[in-house]
Design a protein around this ligand. Structure first.
Ligand code: SAJ
Length: 418
């Protein structure tokens, strides 16, 4: 079986490599030639445990290769980004480009699976784009089974957790939304080639909303924890202890506050619900605002910490520990840590040091005159204020005596009980 995976990012590349490891011939397609070259050399362009060995083996065995243009295949999997634009409206342009790219090589009997997280109705839209370019092919119809349909189409949203992608790709249950029941059943047959979890069938719209609901559920729960951190601060209560105690109740499980919610999923997907049902999604909307405003609170705490130091602010230096959106990854997308570190540049400190063990060069958004990327030991020797933004293992394991005499803003509660 030949599989063409469009988008060699955080989802597409691991999926392509896992499929190749099962002996399928996989062509990975990405519009970025640099990514294509890296993959073809058996290497990876993202930090994800186990992925490098998997890709190296897949490319070495000849089952995985990459290119910039799709070729004929039995199955097309689309795993391209779906960011938002303007005032949080979903941007489906990458999916439209993927449809335009596969339409010329689409053949009778092919399967097209949309894995990208999308607003309700997007799989139908994808089918419309394909139909426009390929009026010669018979596509399924969402309201009735049609045995004449020549293309199988559906939505199977990815659900893997960055940092655990390779394991979760195989072990997680999957929701498969088919344009028709027959489409869903055929797509399940394909996923069963590599998924050990259950593959649960439904229609496309339910599968689309299900994925958005999963991430909105998490966002709302994190917003609750973040709101608690503000309340506890105002009432002079230690929020980490508070949550630990509350979670001893058999039916309470409060999540952890942080500097805000990041990543390309939880900080984005709830907006797709708000955009399509604004009047009905008040809680989901409020949660987004609570999480998005958490960096403001962290900046206030940094300003307060600076007041505790017996020096002019212009002589004070500060270190931000972590830039990624969560621990032990290199992914800086929508990262609240990046947002906070960038805003610190405007606070008038003498110098800002960034410590991010998962990247080698400082992101271009920073001003090289004000900010420098250095290692943990060097930073600890130089600064007056330490802001812990990401609970990377390196920071968990560091010698806490290095913090003595410094002002500490610990946004993750990593050192709260030390
Ligand atoms: N976070 C907190 N407190 C917590 C948990 C998380 O502040 O208690 C923050 C993290 O620091 C991070 C953000 O939330 O900034 C998101 O991290 P995450 O680990 O909750 O989730 P993601 O974005 O890495 O992955 C999510 C997962 N969805 C759910 O758990 C419902 C994953 O399964 C999805 O596949 C992924 O989104 C996706 O691609 O949609």
């Amino acid at each position: 079986m030949n599989v063409c995976v469009l988008g060699l990012g955080y989802i597409g590349l691991p999926t392509a490599a896992v499929l190749a490891s099962r002996g399928l011939n996989v062509l990975g397609v990405d519009c970025n030639q640099n990514v294509v070259d890296i993959v073809n050399s058996g290497q990876v362009h993202i930090v994800e445990p186990e992925l490098n060995t998997l890709v190296e083996t897949a490319v070495g065995s000849g089952y995985l290769r990459a290119t910039v243009t799709p070729e004929t295949a039995d199955v097309f999997m689309i795993a391209v980004p779906t960011p938002f634009k303007g005032t949080h409206e979903p941007d489906l342009s990458y999916i439209e480009s993927a449809a335009k790219a596969i339409a010329p090589v689409l053949q009778k009997g092919n399967m097209v699976i949309l894995e990208s997280t999308v607003p309700v109705g997007a799989t139908e839209k994808l089918m419309e784009w394909l139909q426009l370019d390929r009026p010669d092919l018979v596509f399924p119809s969402s309201d009735k089974e049609d045995i004449r349909a020549e293309i199988t189409i559906g939505h199977c949203p990815e659900r893997v957790l960055p940092g655990h992608v390779v394991r979760e790709l195989v072990e997680n249950d999957r929701i498969i939304g088919g344009m028709t029941k027959m489409c869903a059943e055929r797509i399940r047959g394909f996923y069963k080639l590599f998924v050990q979890g259950d593959c649960l069938l439904t229609n496309c719209r339910t599968a689309e909303l299900c994925k958005l609901v999963e991430n909105s559920f998490r966002d709302v729960n994190i917003a609750f924890a973040n709101e608690l951190s503000l309340i506890a601060d105002k009432l002079d209560v230690n929020v980490w202890e508070l949550i630990k105690l509350a979670n001893h109740h058999p039916r309470v499980n409060v999540l952890q506050p942080g500097p805000g919610v990041g990543g390309h999923c939880i900080a984005v997907d709830p907006w797709f619900i708000v955009d399509s049902a604004p009047n009905e999604s008040k809680l989901i909307h409020a949660a987004r605002l609570v999480n998005d405003s958490k960096p403001d609170f962290v900046l206030e705490k940094i300003e307060q910490a600076a007041l505790e130091i017996d020096k002019e602010k212009g002589g004070v230096s500060i270190a931000c520990l972590g830039l990624a959106f969560k621990p032990n990854i290199d992914d800086l997308r929508e990262s609240p840590a990046m947002n906070i570190a960038k805003r610190i540049e405007g606070l008038g400190f003498a110098k800002q040091f960034l410590v991010e063990p998962n990247i080698k060069t400082m992101p271009e958004v920073f001003d090289v005159k004000r900010t420098e990327l250095i290692n943990l030991g060097e930073a600890m020797a130089k600064v007056d204020i330490v802001v812990l933004l990401v609970d990377h293992t390196e920071f968990k394991e560091m010698d806490l005596s290095l913090l003595s005499g410094k002002q500490v803003v610990d946004t993750r509660g990593l050192w709260a009980n030390s």
